[in-house]
Design a binder for this molecule. Structure first.
Ligand SMILES: Cc1cc2nc3c(=O)[nH]c(=O)nc-3n(C[C@H](O)[C@H](O)[C@H](O)COP(=O)(O)O)c2cc1C
Length: 199
């Protein structure tokens, strides 16, 4: 079976990202991700960078020079093996000060060969949908890491209380329902990229 991972970029203790990921991967919300992927026999697994707790990137050897998974740090070797086991990635990123979070950049920079050529879909969120974070992440993944990135980048606008307040999305994630069309377009383009590789 083809395997895809949803990588949650925020590592905040009570991140909106975790709640949005639950919404996106649930079969009991209007999220089109589970049904579109299942209809192509593609499984979806959530990866929480918060749970992985990767060390900060401090290596002298550039990952480009390493044959996976032979990294000096065991946590990074595990990360390498995990990433290698997937056929594609959906990155879920918040916008922090017009960019994407350091936690996600750190997770990307630890590896190289594991990402190259793999299909990707970027889903962002923020006050106005986090489009600037998505644009940055697209440059890094499509350019620096040579991934095959979907053009469409669904951008989920958060209600004002979520952006400024200490509380996260709360249990009521119904404000996400209006993005079903954008998400469907994005995931269908992503699936086409995943299937292209198999042919
Ligand atoms: C350090 C920081 C910077 C932020 N900068 C932006 C921003 O530039 N644009 C925006 O729309 N929201 C911004 N926000 C609001 C976040 O998009 C919002 O808090 C979101 O819930 C953060 O995602 P997370 O909870 O999954 O970490 C910022 C939040 C933080 C913590």
């Amino acid at each position: 079976m083809t395997k895809v991972a949803l990588i949650v970029g925020s590592i905040r203790a009570h991140s909106s990202g975790a709640q949005i990921a639950t919404y996106l991967t649930s079969t009991s919300t209007p999220s089109p991700l589970p049904s579109v992927l299942a209809s192509h026999d593609i499984s979806l697994e959530t990866i929480s960078l918060a749970e992985l707790a990767l060390p900060p990137f401090t290596e002298d050897i550039v990952p480009q020079a390493i044959t996976p998974p032979n990294y000096p740090q065991p946590e990074v070797s595990k990360w390498s093996t995990l990433v290698s086991s997937f056929d594609g990635f959906i990155f879920l990123t918040p916008q922090y000060n017009w960019g994407y979070p350091a936690s996600l950049k750190n997770a990307l920079d630890h590896l190289f060969k594991e990402w190259v050529g793999k299909p990707a879909l970027i889903i962002s969120y923020g006050g106005r949908g986090g489009g600037k974070a998505a644009a940055q992440l697209k440059i890094v993944t499509a350019g620096g890491l040579d991934m095959r990135v979907a053009e469409k980048t669904p951008a989920l606008s958060l209600p004002r209380g979520v952006i400024t307040g200490p509380k996260t999305v709360s249990d009521d994630t119904s404000f996400l329902d209006v993005f079903a069309g954008d998400l469907k377009e994005g995931v269908e383009e992503f699936v086409a990229l995943v299937n292209e590789k198999k042919e």
